[in-house]
Ligand binder design. Structure first.
Ligand SMILES: C[S@@+](CC[C@H](N)C(=O)[O-])C[C@H]1O[C@@H](n2cnc3c(N)ncnc32)[C@H](O)[C@@H]1O
Length: 287
């Protein structure tokens, strides 16, 4: 096994990137701190705006050389800093989509001086025109009712009815609640459904996905479930443990997951959300 592959490294991403050879990654899929004041056991989400944007630009410049020429990048953000960060990326790559993740937040009160924010913003960027993209792997099947309604002769033999439709750029997927089986102990864990769609569309089978900010390891789990490799970094040792436990649980199900580093206890779940530092109520609605 290549030494740097299929491991969650418990370290600063900027240091960890030195392990990864240039031009070796098919997909950078990353969910950095949004700088909304969250407590990840470090101050990464509590920086001044100036420091946050300078730090973001620094990790982007350190990460992009790791991409293959036909590689892609997905980045999770919110409206607060996506304008600035998309401009940074547009100077270096071609922007293909802004995907809106509608977190399906129920209507319960919320802001009184602005509209409640219930979505995250995801940027999809590529380096070259011949970037890898497998739409067929992520098409959504039409339901039986729609198929039946399209039985008129003009639709007969219509391939699109069989292959399903393009997921489009508005993804309505519920954020994770305690009752969700995949939920673990991380305050901003992303749903596998979203991450797996990105992996299947933008990383070839057996390719490599890199996540600089692993959190609970969702990208790693998605990559292994989809038959891809991963490399990732996470500062907080507790989240590293959670990620390794999730990967170990996967390997118990027979998936080809190599032993990450060290001992791996049984997976934990549902210990509640991590502490959140005081932030304006409007910002709290972001996650
Ligand atoms: C938004 S969360 C990622 C959540 C993840 N997508 C998941 O599904 O669990 C961002 C993570 O980045 C980590 N982090 C912050 N600064 C970092 C750094 N310099 N290097 C590595 N990880 C860092 C934080 O500890 C936090 O867990």
């Amino acid at each position: 096994m290549t030494q740097w592959m299929n491991q969650v490294f418990c370290e600063d991403a900027m240091a960890g990137l030195a392990r990864v050879p240039d031009g070796s990654v098919d997909l950078i899929l990353t969910d950095p701190p949004y700088n909304l004041g969250k407590d990840y056991g470090n101050t990464s989400d509590q920086q001044s705006i100036e420091d946050y944007l300078a730090w973001t630009e620094a990790w982007i410049d350190a990460a992009l050389p790791k991409l293959k020429p036909n590689g892609s990048l997905y980045i999770f953000l919110t409206w607060r800093f996506s304008p600035e960060i998309f401009v940074m990326l547009k100077k270096r790559m071609t922007m293909m989509n802004e995907i809106i993740w509608d977190r399906r937040v129920p209507s319960m009160g919320g802001s009184t001086r602005s509209f409640s924010s219930v979505h995250d913003t995801i940027g999809f960027f590529v380096r070259r025109k011949d970037y890898y993209f497998d739409l067929d792997a992520v098409r959504i099947p039409y339901d039986a009712q729609t198929k039946k309604a399209r039985t008129r002769s003009i639709f007969v033999g219509a391939k699109w009815l069989e292959v399903g439709y393009n997921p489009k750029d508005l993804w309505s997927v519920s954020r994770l609640h305690r009752e969700h089986a995949e939920r673990v102990d991380h305050p901003t864990q992303k749903p596998l459904e979203i991450i797996e769609r990105m992996v299947k569309a933008s990383c070839p089978p057996d390719g490599v996905v890199m996540d600089l900010f692993m959190g609970s390891g969702t990208t790693a789990v998605a990559a292994r479930r989809c038959g891809r490799n991963f490399v990732g970094f996470e500062l907080n040792p507790e989240y590293c443990d959670v990620a390794r436990q999730r990967l170990a649980a996967l390997s118990e199900t027979g998936k080809p997951v190599p032993d990450p580093q060290g001992q791996v206890p049984a997976p934990r779940k549902g210990r509640g959300r991590a502490k959140t530092a005081p932030v304006p109520s409007e910002a709290l609605e972001q996650e």
